[in-house]
Write a protein that binds this ligand. Structure first.
Ligand code: ZN
Length: 315
């Protein structure tokens, strides 16, 4: 194994995460996946059976399913926002990812309810105790019970610390998945409804606009009942409380270990991203022209439509 991990190989493994690119075998949790290069130095991501096709192995992984579900490629995603934030996106040519600890929802990255923490702690203490006891199984040396307890508590402490730190290292861009425009989202996600707009894209366009970046994961948020369950250690940012279910959120997540700021702007191909722009149902008539003018100034050629909510009924 040579650990030669090119961008091309990372992307191949990222995009084909669930299956062997050679035979199409669907990986099961715990399987080994092999990353490397064939005889022509072309990247390969394969199963055990196909690993003989590798001339060079870069790395092997124990397969774990993604902690989130990817929406269908054409699934429509919406971003309801203020005009000023829209202009900022155009002028920076980037998408703003907010740091997880800056969100209004104080449960961002939470594993569960505080009142249920004892059970969580006990589960992980047992998990660590077993791990520590079995660590030295082949050797004559055995940790004393006291030492096992001490080490298990230390690991639990590390886990808690990791959870807190994780909020400062996780950057998120939120989208609303819906075939149609949403009246509720206009009111929820714009501070001044008269000057609000909605950007419509699709999963596929968002993924490509962000440059098919294997460091950015895009998927659906899962809404769970924290009274009865917990989020996992590695998937907390993919879970929210049931009371947020109306958001039907798809989020793009990026981890940055160094970044100290409250958010970061990620370069984004806006002409790929923006498929259509809608102006708020409360917008004055001149507002559509203003959005068109701004788009033109920044070279964005997309249709700007009035909200479908202002269409008149008949009785
Ligand atoms: Zn295979």
């Amino acid at each position: 194994m040579r650990n030669r991990l090119t961008e091309e190989l990372r992307l191949l493994a990222f995009e084909h995460h669930d299956e062997c690119v050679s035979c199409g075998y669907k990986f099961q949790e715990g399987d080994t996946s092999h990353l490397g290069y064939d005889i022509d130095d072309k990247p390969l991501y394969v199963c055990d059976k196909c690993s003989n096709k590798l001339k060079e192995t870069a790395v092997r992984h124990v397969f774990m399913p993604r902690p989130y579900e990817i929406p269908p490629a054409e699934s429509k995603l919406w971003r309801y926002t203020d005009f000023t934030k829209y202009v900022s996106m155009l002028s920076t040519k980037g998408l703003y990812f907010a740091r997880a600890d800056c969100f209004q929802d104080t449960f961002e990255g939470a594993k569960g309810l505080k009142k249920n923490k004892d059970k969580w702690d006990e589960y992980y203490l047992n998990f660590f105790r077993e791990g520590i006891k079995n660590l030295r199984e082949d050797h004559e040396f055995k940790y004393s019970d006291e030492e096992v307890e001490k080490q298990a508590k230390r690991l639990l402490g590390d886990l808690e610390h990791g959870g807190e730190i994780g909020k400062k290292r996780t950057f998120i861009s939120c989208w609303h998945e819906n075939e149609h425009e949403s009246e509720a989202m206009w009111r929820l996600y714009s501070s001044f409804l008269e000057n609000a707009i909605a950007v419509r894209t699709s999963y596929n366009s968002l993924y490509h606009a962000l440059g098919r970046n294997p460091s950015i994961n895009i998927g659906r948020v899962k809404y769970i009942d924290f009274q009865k369950s917990y989020a996992g250690v590695n998937d907390a940012f993919w879970h929210k409380r049931k009371s947020f279910e109306h958001e039907k959120e798809v989020r793009a997540i990026l981890i940055d270990m160094r970044y100290p700021d409250k958010g970061k702007i990620i370069p984004c191909g806006l002409s790929i991203l923006i498929e259509e722009v809608f102006v708020s149902p409360s917008a004055p008539s001149w507002f559509t022209q203003l959005v068109n003018d701004v788009n033109e100034k920044y070279g964005i050629k997309v249709k700007v439509s009035p909200s479908e909510l202002i269409q008149e009924p008949f009785f």
